[in-house]
Write a protein that binds this ligand. Structure first.
Ligand SMILES: Cc1cc2nc3c(=O)[nH]c(=O)nc-3n(C[C@H](O)[C@H](O)[C@H](O)COP(=O)(O)O)c2cc1C
Length: 183
């Protein structure tokens, strides 16, 4: 079945692969994709021209700012959210309910009612931050499906791994599984 998928991305390494790695494959599978990015990720995607390409590909604006009170939302209703790549900072904020940008607002208000997949694109130093295990546990307890662990994303030390291809096949497969269970 076709779904309207809210892809939400933040300023993590590999966000430049978002179009080819995730958005294009989801559209090829017949899904509608509505993309929201954090303000920092929006700046990165503007700088390379990717935001325009993503808007053309999805047929929807790539949101990074909240709407004004007198404006309608520019995105359709979302069946399923995928947050990828998702920084350590945005993971912590999502766990705590800190909705200080449009990307987090969308996720925070939907987390209890709409299926959410999160790929925390973190390194070993992020995971050593003392609150990190609590953030992960709280998201799991809320029913969030995490793409996380040695099988999909072994944690590397900062600056040790160089550029890494993100685990797009695992993310897409999680979408397909959740989507199949939705109907
Ligand atoms: C080139 C570059 C790559 C980064 N990659 C990551 C990353 O992979 N994971 C992460 O958690 N933070 C990463 N950061 C740090 C985040 O961009 C930073 O914490 C930022 O405030 C996150 O904002 P956002 O989550 O609102 O997008 C990176 C920063 C830079 C400059």
């Amino acid at each position: 079945m076709m779904a309207t998928i809210g892809v939400v991305a933040s300023a993590a390494g590999g966000v430049e692969q978002l179009r080819e790695g995730l958005v294009q494959p989801l559209i090829e599978r017949g899904h509608v994709v509505a993309l929201t990015v954090t303000p920092t990720a929006g700046g990165w995607l503007d700088r390379t021209g990717e935001r325009t390409k993503l808007a053309e590909l999805t047929g929807l604006p790539v949101r990074s700012e909240p709407r004004f009170p007198d404006e309608d939302t520019p995105h359709p209703q979302i069946d399923l959210y995928v947050a990828a790549p998702w920084t350590a900072s945005s993971t912590a904020k999502l766990s705590l309910g800190i909705a200080d940008n449009q990307a987090l607002t969308a996720l925070c208000e939907s987390i209890a009612t709409v299926p959410v997949i999160v790929f925390p694109r973190v390194n070993a130093a992020h995971a050593r931050q003392p609150a990190w295990p609590d953030h992960i546990a709280r998201l799991r307890a809320a029913g969030v499906q995490l793409i996380y662990g040695d099988d999909v994303w072994p944690l590397a030390e900062p600056r040790a791994a160089g550029p890494r291809v993100l685990p797009w096949p695992a993310i897409i497969s999680a979408v397909e599984t959740l989507e199949a269970g939705r109907s």
